[in-house]
Design a protein around this ligand. Structure first.
Ligand code: BV8
Length: 261
């Protein structure tokens, strides 16, 4: 593994435009179960794939709202781990780094990454069924109804998390940015995703088609491992800090340029 990480660091040092594509495995070591892991406790008998849908919400708004409040509580109790900080460090070391995450937990932003594309939205943001968005739970505090109602005068629509559910289209601007960065990158670092959920899992193919270097970090091979030039088989919290430390030790394509401007 040491020589593979060293090789990956060499690739990243010469990278001018890096996309870091992350999935639920990126947050595992922060204590957030991955989407496919069995749900805990009272949620064990529910299928997340059914709860994370508009139909599931309309069928039982209170149940789905409470599921997200349970998950919000999990996220609120968690902190970024060394892997998140390593990704933020790569953004400081290299000329152009964009984090494209499938996660809704906000941990990349909390770790200091600045250019983060949240493909599936955020559990920290709320909107109503009629699309009035930009609210936080604090804006809804004091309402006793579950789910709460839209604070916008005259609306009163049911509130929901501002996330992308299965069967819902991603925000076109967000997906457009993620696609453009994947089409323009010269390296893509894929961390902690099974590569199943579309259209996120299609992004690495844009990088692959333009012969970008693809590096994957995952303890288990995924649907995307065959695309990887370098597969680092291990957990994000262990591999990424080693990778970032090696990148920091040598000259990078961008550091001189960054000093220049
Ligand atoms: C869309 C937000 C157009 C919500 C999420 C039939 C009907 C309807 C749609 C479809 C259909 N068939 C296919 C589709 C498309 C569907 C889809 O992809 N389905 C899959 C199941 C086949 N996609 C959609 O619906 C998307 N919209 O396509 O619109 C459309 C419209 C109508 C009809 C058709 C198409 C919207 C997808 C977004 C869904 N929302 N999240 C919420 O979170 O509550 S997705 C959700 O699941 C997560 O955000 C995440 O993206 C995904 C889970 O995937 P991963 O992140 O990869 O996590 P996973 O658990 O799978 O894997 C974890 C990995 O980590 C593993 O590889 C593991 O080995 C690794 N790991 C573990 N520990 C570590 C680690 N790695 C590193 N370190 C560790 N320590």
């Amino acid at each position: 593994m040491d020589d593979l990480i060293a090789r990956a660091a060499d690739v990243l040092r010469q990278t001018k435009r890096l996309v870091v594509l992350t999935g639920a495995g990126m947050s595992k070591e922060s204590g957030i179960p991955t989407f496919r892991e069995a749900q805990e406790g009272l949620w064990a008998r529910y299928d997340p794939m059914k709860l994370a849908t508009r139909e599931g919400f309309l069928a039982d708004p209170k149940l789905v709202w409470e599921w997200y409040q349970y998950r919000f509580g999990l996220v609120a109790a968690c902190k970024p781990h060394a892997g998140h900080y390593a990704v933020a460090e790569l953004e400081r070391l290299l000329p152009h780094v964009v984090v494209v995450t499938q996660n809704i937990d906000g941990l990349h932003l909390a770790a200091g990454s600045r250019d983060v594309v949240e493909l599936h939205g955020s559990i920290h943001r709320y909107k109503c069924l009629y699309g009035h968005r930009g609210y936080t739970l604090a804006d809804l505090a004091g309402q006793t109804e579950v789910p709460p109602r839209c604070p916008r005068p005259g609306c009163h629509g049911l509130m929901r998390p501002d996330v992308v559910w299965f069967g819902e289209f991603l925000d076109q601007e967000v997906l457009g940015r993620a696609t453009a960065e994947s089409q323009a990158c010269d390296a893509m670092l894929i961390v902690g995703t099974s590569g199943v959920v579309q259209p996120a899992a299609g992004l690495p193919y844009y990088a692959w088609r333009r012969r970008a270097a693809i590096i994957e970090v995952n303890p288990v091979p995924s649907e995307l491992t065959d695309l990887a030039e370098i597969y680092l088989q291990g957990p994000a919290g262990e591999v990424l800090p080693r990778l970032a430390a090696l990148v920091a030790q040598g000259p990078t394509a961008g550091r001189e340029e960054k000093k220049g401007n």
